[in-house]
Design a protein around this ligand. Structure first.
Ligand code: HPA
Length: 271
């Protein structure tokens, strides 16, 4: 694994003039941030050595290096989901590559189902914490001390400073944001009403099929993390309706300019 990470990092370093310290992973239908990038270099996943190839519709599968609000960033448009069949090493490989090129801050987004009865479709939820419900842990197996410690601390998985800054940015632009806990599950089924209820009872405000593995590895790598969940449907009793991947994408399409604005100003704050 270490050799593969180094190989891929070497490939990317050779293609870049300046190395970003901020990495961004964009979730389902949330690739629009890319339109705000200047001086970009786009590299399709399938030509990056050792990179898995994304299979989900709506994910274009590109790594983009460019400037967001004038600041160097590395953006992953399209991620690798556990439900696609990748093992956790593959799902989180891009985060290891980010670590190897010197990225110390990860901004991550996803689409999720809202469980908190106060939430509405289209809300942007700043992730304050997560519950890992994936059947496989990304750090299971031999620990490489060069990558991180055996037993990583997760007491502040999502940076309080970045959450506070995002709230300030949202208030300035009159963007409604909510805060909450994200439960990560394997999918690919959306939840049954009983499962939504269960996730709510155990303390989650939203549920989705990604993010948690990448955040665990980012924390192992010593990065600070900021996450936003777009609430695309509701798993709230009385509000549960049939949903599809397409509907999830439609909601994502509508609110992504707001998410992009928050991310862009956060990046400027971090610069
Ligand atoms: N459940 C799980 N994942 C999701 C959902 C949901 O309701 N909506 C978008 N991603």
């Amino acid at each position: 694994m270490l050799k593969k990470i180094q190989e891929t990092a070497f490939y990317l370093k050779n293609r870049l003039d300046s190395l970003p310290h901020i990495g961004i992973i964009l979730g389902t239908g949330l690739g629009n941030l890319v339109t705000q990038l200047t001086q970009k270099i786009e590299i399709p996943y399938d030509i990056i050595p050792n990179f898995p190839v994304s299979t989900v519709e709506g994910h274009q599968g590109k790594l983009i290096i460019g400037k967001l609000g004038g600041v160097d960033v590395l953006v992953m448009q399209g991620r690798f989901h556990y439900y696609e069949g990748y093992d956790m090493q593959k799902v989180t490989f891009p985060v290891r590559v980010m670590q190897a090129i010197g990225i110390d801050t990860l901004l991550i987004s996803n689409a999720s189902g809202g469980l908190n009865p106060d939430f509405e479709i289209g809300d942007l939820m700043l992730i304050t914490d997560h519950i890992n419900l994936f059947p496989e842990h990304p750090l299971r197996g031999k620990n490489y001390e060069v990558l991180g410690t055996r037993f990583p601390d997760m007491s502040e998985a999502y940076s309080k400073t970045l959450i506070a800054q995002a709230k300030t940015i949202a208030a300035k632009h009159n963007i409604k944001v909510v805060e909450g806990i994200y439960a990560g599950t394997s999918g690919p089924t959306f939840e049954t009403p009983a499962e939504y209820k269960y996730f709510r009872i155990i303390g989650a405000d939203a549920v989705g099929m990604s993010t948690v593995p990448e955040v665990i590895v980012a924390k192992h790598a010593g990065m600070q993390v900021f996450g936003i969940s777009v609430i695309t449907d509701l798993g709230v009793p009385g509000k549960i309706v049939e949903i599809s991947h397409e509907e999830v994408q439609e909601v994502g399409d509508k609110v992504q300019p707001l998410m992009t604005l928050i991310m862009k100003e956060l990046v400027c704050f971090l610069a």
